[in-house]
Write a protein that binds this ligand. Sequence first.
Ligand code: SF4
Length: 247
Amino acid sequence: MSALLEPVNDVASKARALDARLRLASPQKILKTAIDLYGDKLALVSSFGAESAVLLHMAAQIDPSIPVLFLDTGMLFGQTLDYRQKLAAELGLTDVRDLRPRYNDVAVHDPGQDLWKSDTDACCRIRKVLPLDHALEGFDGWVTGRKRFHGGSRLRLKVVEAADGKIKFNPLANWSKAELDAYAAEHKLPAHPLVEFGYPSVGCWPCTKPAESDDVRSGRWAGSEKTECGIHVSRVEAPALDVGGDI
Ligand code: SF4
């Protein structure tokens, strides 16, 4: 093969091939394939939010020792922290890792714990993006719980994609809200405590309100144009922030 015809980015080629193979597969099949292929080089990233129990339950059925990365931003609802403990114990997950922002980043950029009032992108960057980037350094692939029905940029979500040199698996990309609810009911999964109060999506307390419409994510950063925290935005596209520290 001519050098010009060889894949420019091996990870991107791998992702395209896996997506072609798995795009119509069940979430369990996608997850099992990811675990079989990547073993201890695969992590699952979970917010332990309103819809997280389904993917966590599926993962626990296949390999309860899968590393689960949980972003404890320091701004979460107390109910989420309680739910993270309860759900992990109930599902038998043995390697849930709590990722926290670097002390120096918070001390320098958000000493008043109110950066979210003036610059949500910068706040998400020190409290979510940088801690996750750091934690993912030892992994070649990761699993997310995103779904296409969430709308916005997620409407075009692939089952497998490449991002910043790693493979991302989105086993629930094809699933509807009804399918999630049916799975949760069938397996008697405990709901996040805020769901009954009108929160179909739960993030940090300053940036999450009850849903304002049928749009599941309408309560996230309500009243602003922001729809994503940034962990799913390619670092090539991500806005620069002069954050101290070595990650
Ligand atoms: Fe900060 Fe809000 Fe982002 Fe949480 S969701 S990290 S409080 S801007």
